[in-house]
Design a protein around this ligand. Structure first.
Ligand code: 6PG
Length: 241
């Protein structure tokens, strides 16, 4: 994998502090440059602490949230009030704690038919982004199987070359909606947050093993700007040379 920037911290809360700081700086930079920032959130459990830091002073108050647009890298096919919903997790840990206008939050409609929801999100992104324009800052996580967003090993979404969002499925067949590598790789900054011992073996393969993106889809994340940073705690980084 072309060498991303790797930052290792003693513990999860230090990772979260750095994530919040990097997101805040990217947001302030984008707002200063073009008047607004496009921010993409990851689901799962890892980003929760980072979202809490980002929505607490001082980081919270450094960002003009009215100039931020929030998107989602993927969503489970559940209603927004479901405990599985990535939108709900973001709402509880970030969006409900900052003064971001409702109209600036672009939820993937997990309650819809997956193909229809993916098509609708594709249309939204085509409306909001110029053809070669990507997200200003994109937060991703990584599963122990090397997936990111809902780009799971050996699934069709890994081969998508044109659509920005597709329906996909997990290894055990659960439907998902996900942004695709072509769109994610237009991002200006991609931050991958990875913490915990359980991710160490996979990170070793992803960052220091042979390229095998069908098996390790996160290896497909190679933003053209090369601004790709893995933010790890010592436990997740424990197998790296
Ligand atoms: C999701 C996420 C997914 C997540 C990884 C890691 O919908 O679950 O978008 O890609 O980032 O599964 O999940 P954890 O952070 O819970 O380990």
């Amino acid at each position: 994998m072309p060498s991303p920037r790797i930052e290792v911290f003693d513990n999860e809360s230090m990772v979260a502090a750095e994530v919040a700081s990097m997101v805040m700086m990217a947001a302030v930079d984008a707002i200063n440059q073009k008047g607004y920032c496009t921010m993409c959130l990851a689901g799962g459990g890892t980003p929760r602490v980072s979202y809490q830091v980002l929505s607490t002073p001082p980081d919270r108050d450094q960002i003009d949230w009215e100039s931020v647009e929030v998107y989602f890298g993927d969503e489970r096919c559940v209603p927004p009030e479901s405990e599985e919903s990535n939108y709900r997790m973001a709402r509880e840990n970030l969006l409900g704690r900052v003064k971001i206008p409702e109209d600036n939050v672009f939820r993937i409609q997990g309650e819809m038919d997956p193909e229809a929801a993916a098509a609708e999100y594709c249309d939204l992104l085509a409306e909001k982004f110029q053809p070669h324009e990507g997200l200003d800052v994109c937060i991703l996580g990584m599963g122990t199987d090397g997936h990111t967003a809902s780009l799971f090993p050996n699934t069709a979404a890994l081969k998508e070359t044109s659509r920005a969002v597709v329906a996909n499925h997990t290894a055990d067949g659960k439907p998902r909606i996900t942004m695709t590598p072509p769109f994610l790789n237009k991002s200006r900054h991609v931050l991958v947050i990875c913490t915990g011992e359980e991710k160490a073996d996979t990170l070793k393969q992803v960052l220091q093993g042979d390229p095998d993106p069908d098996k390790l889809p996160i290896q497909l994340i190679q933003p053209k700007t090369k601004h790709l940073t893995f933010l790890l705690d010592a436990a997740a980084a424990s197998k790296l040379d």
